[in-house]
Design a protein around this ligand. Structure first.
Ligand code: FAD
Length: 466
């Protein structure tokens, strides 16, 4: 008997574990999803992400229904209880074969190892990357520590070996009467995140509308607009990739359908978007090879003993968007209000926290995780360690974003900052990214004083890192 165990792979489209399960399906086989709210809390998952998960569990249940498979949902709190649950299920029958897609992070890997050591037959597939982890190595057989050679080897691999894409499973010919809704053994409250993700459509709609529109209208201009936060110039697909509702291999298929020669045209503008998907793979491969990244360790051991000073008032001001630097404050309010933040701004606010305020990047990483709808350990850790200069192929420590200049460059008319900081509505464009001297002669404008002086903070950061 097979039990298909859905985890961070909430999709039927291009799902290798489901594909295997359906190929070997026999009557009596089951599909399960185990809610682990206490574990999610421990991992600082945001409520909006949990809400998106909840909605996709329901969608997967409907889609499985069309395949004649009933999804059963259970509440088991954390990974320890997941282990007990699976062992208990295993003892209920003989020769039970559990099928799942692997999860990358260290607690998840330990849980699976534990199950195997207790005699559970668990077959794992890989669904979260385009190229398999462990398949892109340097000549010494090791993981690359610089992105560009990784990318070249990655492209070579895709070109030479191809990427297996399984597509959508076909409908079953013999109809089976089962429920659309999951068989819910969980307390419904557990499924509820009180931060609604309803602004984000479900993946079936995204695949039917958002993705085709992105390829028709935005993909080729991505390199021009990707850094402008007032424009929707990026795909907005990260929440779906983060919960496994969307297959990165499907995205590769779509890119290559549009630009069949792109694998060898890495200088072309159309390559920029694929480049980001390769960064995504890069950070996941890193986490696979360096599990210490899941344990709050610096990638670069040189920085292992840094003690960042901590100033609660400054950290709180950063979290709340009250630093007096409009691009930072608007970005943090975007995060707090919507659960998402534009990539350029993630880099700016992370640099500001770690360099201007000299606050430990791990606090920023955790805060992001607790707010982001697309919170993903690999990309989040990669991004934070890049900004803090402690990471793999990171920003050198002496490159410190000037938040005023970043605002002027990427939001020249102040459209983005005014959207989230209406108090700056009346400030002219040329002052909007640092309104403090203008405010001296305009007492009707109320905005937070600058928490630090840019020049002095920069000097301090250089000395600190040096
Ligand atoms: P697009 O620009 O359309 O890119 C397509 C996809 O490529 C994204 O959906 C994402 O899956 C991937 N991608 C894009 N940029 C990156 C990148 N720099 N690193 C890794 N993958 C990337 N991304 C997350 O998915 N989850 C996170 O928790 C996360 N935290 C971040 C923290 C910091 C400090 C920084 C600097 C970046 C972080 N990123 C994270 C990466 C990036 O900001 C988001 O993936 C991107 O903004 C999502 O928007 P999009 O889907 O429109 O991206």
């Amino acid at each position: 008997m097979q039990i298909l165990w859905f985890r961070n792979d909430l999709r039927v489209h291009d799902n290798p574990a489901l594909h295997h399960f359906l190929m070997h399906y026999q009557s009596g086989d089951r599909a399960i999803y185990l809610l682990t709210p206490a574990q999610w809390h421990q991992h600082h998952w945001s409520r909006i992400k949990i809400d998106l998960i909840k909605r996709h569990v329901a969608l997967v249940s409907k889609q499985l229904n069309e395949l004649g498979v009933q999804l059963e949902v259970y509440h088991v709190d954390d990974f320890e209880q997941q282990v007990e649950f699976i062992i208990n299920e295993n003892e209920q029958g003989s020769a039970i074969h559990f099928i799942a897609n692997e999860e990358l992070e260290v607690n998840e890997r330990q849980r699976d190892e534990k199950l195997k050591s207790k005699g559970v037959t668990l077959t794992l597939f890989e669904a979260d990357v385009i190229v398999s982890k462990g398949k892109v190595l340097n000549q010494a057989g090791e993981m690359f520590k610089v992105f560009t050679p990784f990318k070249r080897a990655w492209l070579r691999h895709v070109k030479n070996d191809g990427v297996e894409y399984l597509g959508k499973p076909g409908k079953r010919t013999t109809a089976i009467e089962i429920n659309d809704e999951p068989v819910n053994h969980a307390n419904n409250d557990v499924l509820q995140g009180d931060n609604s993700s309803s602004q984000w459509p479900l993946i079936d709609e995204v695949e039917a509308h958002t993705i085709p529109a992105f390829f028709a209208n935005k993909h080729d201009q991505y390199h021009e607009f990707r850094d402008i936060p007032s424009i929707k110039g990026t795909s907005g697909l990260s929440p779906y990739l983060a919960i496994g509702a969307l297959s990165p291999r499907y995205l590769l298929q779509l890119i290559l359908n549009k630009h069949p020669d792109l694998l060898t045209a890495h200088d072309s503008p159309a390559f920029s978007w694929l480049n980001e998907l390769i960064w995504r793979d890069f950070y996941r491969h890193l986490l696979h090879h360096f599990p210490k990244l899941c344990r709050h360790k610096m990638f670069n051991d040189k920085y292992a003993n840094i003690t960042w000073p901590y100033d609660k008032a400054k950290f709180d001001a950063w979290c709340l968007g009250q630093t007096g630097y409009p691009i930072v404050d608007a970005a943090m309010r975007q995060l707090n209000q919507t659960g998402w933040m534009h990539n350029r701004l993630r880099m700016v606010v992370a640099s500001f926290l770690t360099k201007h305020l000299l606050i430990d990047w791990r606090l920023g990483e955790q805060y992001f995780m607790s707010k982001l709808i697309d919170g993903d350990l690999a990309a989040n850790n990669g991004g934070w360690q890049w900004a803090a200069s402690t990471g793999c192929d990171a920003q050198p420590y002496f490159r410190i974003f000037n938040p005023i200049r970043q605002g002027e460059r990427f939001d020249p008319k102040g459209e983005f900052v005014r959207k989230y900081l209406p108090e700056l509505d009346k400030v002219p464009d040329k002052h909007v990214h640092f309104p403090h001297s203008y405010m001296k002669s305009h007492s009707d404008i109320a905005y937070w004083p600058a928490i630090v002086d840019h020049k002095a903070a920069r000097e301090q950061a250089l000395a600190f890192y040096r």
